[in-house]
Design a protein around this ligand. Structure first.
Ligand SMILES: C[S@@+](CC[C@H](N)C(=O)[O-])C[C@H]1O[C@@H](n2cnc3c(N)ncnc32)[C@H](O)[C@@H]1O
Length: 226
C-alpha cells in the first residue's frame, strides 16, 4: 500500500488522511473523532459494557492507521477507569512524519491525560505497553489474515478500508476469522453496513444488527457471538 496520503480536515475539526488513488479516507469526512466515538465507543464498547459491567475488556482493532481510535479508547479508559487490554493490527504502518501532520494533539488539548497522542506514535511495535494501571496496548505490524492469538477478545473494532478498496477484508472468510477470535457474547462492530458483509457475518454464526449510523451515514453494523 505505497499510496500517497495527505491530510484533510473533517467536519468536526479533527483531521484525517486521504488516499486519492483508492478514493479512501482513514475516517469519515463528516468527523473523524465524531464517527470513531459513535461507531466504536458508543455502539461497541458501551454496548459491551452494558452487558458486562465492571469487567475488563479485551479489544482487537483492525487497523491501527493513525492511532486515533486507539487513543480515543485510551481517553475513555482513563476518564472512566475502564480496564482495557487493547491489541491493534496494522499491515501498512504510517510514517511518523505522516502522523505528525494530524491535529489530534491540538484537538485533545483540553483533556487531562497521562499520555499525549504523540506518545502512541512513538511506541514500539510487538511490545505490550502498560500505559496506565488499567490500559495495556500492543501494536502489531501484521496482516489481519496472518494474525494468530494467544487469547480471545470481547470486542472487535473492524475498521478496514471500504469494500471498494479492499474487498478481501470483508469476505465471509474474514468474518469467520472474527467469529473465532471472539469470546462467547463477544461483539463485532464496524461503520460498514453492506448487505454482503452482513450475510457473511450471519454465515459465520453471528447475530447481526443494523443500527443508525454516525452523522453522514444512514446505517452501520453490529454483530454478536452467542
Ligand atoms: C480505515 S483505516 C483505520 C483507521 C484507524 N482505525 C484510525 O483510527 O486511524 C484502515 C487501516 O487498515 C490497514 N490495513 C489494510 N489492510 C490490512 C490488513 N490486511 N491487515 C491489517 N491492517 C490492514 C490500513 O493500512 C489502514 O491503516
Amino acid at each position: 500500500m505505497g499510496h500517497k496520503r495527505h491530510q484533510i480536515i473533517t467536519e468536526d475539526g479533527s483531521s484525517t488522511l486521504r488516499i486519492d488513488d483508492l478514493k479512501e479516507t482513514y475516517h469519515s469526512r463528516h468527523g473523524a473523532v465524531l464517527e470513531s466515538d459513535f461507531v466504536y465507543l458508543k455502539e461497541g464498547l458501551e454496548f459491551w459494557l452494558d452487558q458486562h459491567p465492571n469487567q475488563s475488556c479485551r479489544i482487537l482493532e483492525l487497523g491501527y492507521g493513525t492511532g486515533l481510535m486507539t487513543y480515543l479508547t485510551y481517553l475513555k479508559s482513563q476518564k472512566e477507569k475502564l480496564e482495557i487490554e487493547y491489541v491493534s493490527l496494522e499491515a501498512f504502518p504510517l510514517s511518523s512524519a505522516e502522523i505528525q501532520t494530524l491535529n489530534y494533539e491540538q484537538f485533545f488539548q483540553n483533556d487531562v491525560v497521562s499520555h499525549l497522542f504523540s506518545t502512541f506514535n512513538q511506541l514500539p511495535w510487538e511490545q505490550k505497553e502498560a500505559l496506565t494501571s488499567h490500559f495495556n496496548l500492543t501494536k502489531k505490524e501484521i496482516k489481519f489474515e496472518d494474525f494468530t492469538f494467544e487469547f480471545s477478545f470481547d470486542l472487535i473494532f473492524y475498521d478496514a478500508f471500504g469494500f471498494h478498496a479492499q474487498p478481501e477484508l470483508w469476505s465471509e472468510q474474514c468474518m469467520s476469522r472474527c467469529y473465532e477470535l471472539l469470546n462467547p457474547k463477544g461483539v463485532w462492530v464496524s461503520y460498514c453496513a453492506k448487505g454482503s458483509v452482513r450475510r457473511g457475518l450471519e454465515k459465520a454464526g453471528f447475530e447481526t444488527f443494523r443500527l443508525p449510523g454516525p452523522p453522514g451515514k444512514r446505517e452501520m453494523l453490529r454483530a454478536v457471538k452467542h
